[in-house]
Design a protein around this ligand. Structure first.
Ligand SMILES: [Zn+2]
Length: 217
C-alpha cells in the first residue's frame, strides 16, 4: 500500500510525473481536475461542479471530497494511489486524513521562471487528456496525440495572463501545506531548477527519494 500526493505550483510537472510513476507503483494517478471534469454530467454532483468551474472559481470542498472518495474506493486503488492536484488547502488535507492517510507528499520545488516557460508551452490532448510540451515533451506529429491521435490544444489557464494569477492563488492557498506536511514528517522535497529536465529523469529522482525514505521498497 502506498498513498502519495504531489505538491507543487501549477506547471511543476505534478501530472506528468504522477502518470509516469503510477505504472511503476501499480497504483492509479488520480487528478482531481480530471475527476471533476469527468463528473460534470453526474446528476447529483454535476451542477455544483459546472457552477464552480464555469465561473472560474472553485468547486466546493464537499463535492471534491465526494468525487475523490468514490474514486479511491475503486478496485484499481486497492494498493494505493497518487493524488495530483489535491489537497490544495489545509482544510482539504484534514478532510482527506479522515479516510486516507498519506505515506509521503512529493513537494516539487520549482522557480517561477521555470514555471512560466513550461506552462506556456504545455499542450493537452482533447481526447485522452495526455499532457505534452512543445519544449521537451514533443509529439511525433506536431499537434497530434501520440497515444490516441487526438488533437492537442492549449488550456485556457495555461495562457500567460492566467499563469501569474494561478501562481498567486497557489502561494496563498497551497503553500501553507508545505509546512503542514513538513511538520507531519511526510514531505519529500524534489528540486527542479531547469525547464527541460526530461520527465523520466525527474521521475527516477522521485522514485529514488521514495526508496531512500523507505516509503517504497
Ligand atoms: Zn490522446
Amino acid at each position: 500500500m502506498v498513498k502519495l500526493a504531489m505538491l507543487g505550483p501549477p506547471g511543476s510537472g505534478k501530472g506528468t510525473y504522477a502518470t509516469r510513476m503510477a505504472p511503476k507503483l501499480e497504483v492509479p494517478a488520480v487528478s482531481t481536475g480530471e475527476l471533476l471534469r469527468a463528473n460534470r454530467d453526474d446528476p447529483k454532483l454535476g451542477p455544483e461542479i459546472r457552477k464552480g468551474q464555469d465561473s472560474g472559481g472553485l468547486v466546493p470542498d464537499k463535492i471534491v471530497m465526494a468525487v475523490l472518495q468514490k474514486r479511491l474506493a475503486e478496485s484499481d486503488a486497492k494498493k494505493g494511489f497518487i493524488l495530483d492536484g489535491f489537497p490544495r488547502t489545509i482544510e482539504q488535507a484534514e478532510s482527506l486524513e479522515k479516510f486516507a492517510k498519506l505515506d509521503a507528499v512529493i513537494n516539487l520545488v520549482v522557480p517561477e521562471r521555470v514555471i512560466i516557460a513550461r506552462l506556456s508551452s504545455r499542450r493537452q490532448c482533447s481526447k485522452c487528456s495526455a499532457i505534452y510540451n512543445t519544449l521537451y515533451l514533443k509529439t511525433k506529429v506536431e499537434g497530434i496525440c501520440d497515444k490516441c491521435g487526438g488533437e492537442l490544444y492549449q488550456r485556457s489557464d495555461d495562457k500567460p495572463e492566467s499563469i501569474k494569477e494561478r501562481l498567486k492563488v497557489y502561494e496563498k492557498s497551497t503553500a501553507p501545506l508545505i509546512d503542514y506536511y513538513g511538520k507531519k514528517g511526510v514531505r519529500i522535497d524534489i528540486p527542479c531548477n531547469s525547464v527541460d529536465v526530461p520527465p523520466d529523469e525527474q521521475v527516477a529522482k522521485i522514485m529514488k527519494a521514495l526508496k531512500d525514505k523507505r516509503v517504497i521498497q
